[in-house]
Write a protein that binds this ligand. Structure first.
Ligand SMILES: *Cc1c(COP(=O)(O)O)cnc(C)c1O
Length: 386
């Protein structure tokens, strides 16, 4: 019997999750109901965040953060070159200009010294991304932000459950806003979904309004006297970025299992680390700060394909034949045709180039068995001719 194919990541839904969703379907609210506020409270409590707004997806979370911080035309926003498209697109959505920053070649995390070099009189914000689940150097990011009066948005889509010193990513100790995604490959899922966290009640209010067309119903905040209970005012331009009760019931149920999921991810990462410890041309992605705990969204390795003598496409194809799916996170965003015309040439991002040419994400998800890492590394050994 052949062994089942291992994806690089996938969700884990159990009977409690299904029951939670079914209970909402039998109830009175499918959207904008108690399951949404319940999920926001549970997530905020878990992260130690004073304000949490659940939203339709992680990209909408980033868009809401940029809008609430009033970023707009003429503003420059520093974004690491290696990330998912959404980390840069959110700035473009509000008319601001993403300015790409190089990453550290062995971690893929934002190079804060390079960020400092790219600050101009127009720079208004920086979006560190906790790539693979390891926190970026937020102390250095905060220092840079304080020097230049920048706002800080953490793209924490990979980092639910990560810690840095005595802070939890999402408690916004070093940032104005942190954003999360609940796409099925992320730590917990709502199908599609996202959230923003902040310590600032005004930002939270703005992001809540942004989620629902810019509508304001709070009597204390209306411009005009309310003529009756139906009344609302649109005071800003928002979107329909609401998340449903169906999704949030799933999110609350999944959140109860987050600690178990994280423990499993950490145990799998430790097994991979051990199995790869004496490989010459394959190294796990490096940590940059010693006092952090990764949330292990991804287990990415750096492979010197030239030294190995097999190119990445061939290695991936051979792994695929062995039932091991892998992925590349990510093509540097300034390499993308849309951004190539709007940013500096690849040579300006040597760290991103060095990271991108070597990186490969091996299967990592909580339902993987403890035997799977050995199966993956055996397949990798065969695929690279080790
Ligand atoms: C997944 C992800 C997003 C976007 O989240 P969606 O929920 O898919 O919109 C943003 N940034 C990073 C780094 C991500 O991995």
């Amino acid at each position: 019997m052949t062994e089942p194919t291992l994806p690089y990541g996938r969700q884990w839904i159990d009977d409690d999750d299904i029951a939670a969703v079914v209970a909402v379907l039998r109830g009175g609210y499918l959207t904008t109901g108690p399951a949404v506020s319940g999920f926001e409270e549970a997530l905020g409590a878990h992260l130690g965040a004073p304000h949490t707004v659940a939203i339709s997806n992680g990209t909408a979370a980033l868009h809401a953060a940029c809008a609430a911080l009033a970023l707009g035309p003429g503003d420059e926003v520093l974004v690491p070159a290696v990330t998912f498209l959404a980390s840069a697109n959110c700035a473009a959505y509000v008319g601001a200009t993403p300015v790409f920053v190089d990453v550290l070649p062995d971690s893929g995390l934002i190079d804060v010294d390079d960020a400092a070099r790219r600050v101009t009189s127009r720079t208004r914000a920086i979006i560190p991304v906790h790539l693979t689940g390891r926190p970026a150097d937020m102390v250095a990011v905060r220092r840079l932000a304080d020097q230049h009066g920048l706002r800080v948005i953490e793209d924490a889509a990979h980092a639910l459950g990560a810690t840095l010193g005595d802070t939890t990513i999402g408690d916004c100790r070093y940032s104005d806003v942190a954003t999360f995604s609940f796409h099925p490959v992320k730590h917990i899922t709502t199908g599609e979904g996202g959230a923003v966290t902040t310590r600032d009640p005004e930002l939270a209010r703005a992001m809540r309004a942004f989620r629902c067309h810019g509508m304001e119903r709070d009597p204390d905040r209306l411009r005009d006297a309310s003529p009756g209970p139906w009344y609302y005012e649109q005071q800003s331009l928002g979107f329909n970025y609401r998340i449903t009760d169906i999704q949030c019931a799933l999110g609350t149920s999944q959140l109860r299992r987050l600690d178990d999921f994280l423990q499993r991810r950490r145990a799998l990462a430790a097994l991979y680390d051990e199995l790869l410890s004496d490989w010459q041309h394959v190294q796990p992605v490096a940590a940059t700060t010693s006092d952090c705990l990764s949330a292990w969204h991804l287990y990415s390795v750096l492979i010197d394909f030239e030294a190995v003598g097999v190119d990445r496409a061939t290695v991936m194809a051979r792994l695929g034949e062995a039932g091991v799916r892998t992925q590349v996170h990510y093509i540097p965003v300034p390499w993308q045709p849309y951004y190539a015309a709007r940013s500096e040439a690849p040579a300006s991002y040597p760290g991103a180039g060095a990271y991108y040419t070597r990186t490969l994400s091996l299967p990592m998800f909580p339902a993987m068995s403890r035997d799977d890492p050995a199966r993956v590394t055996a397949a990798l050994a065969a695929a690279t001719g080790r």
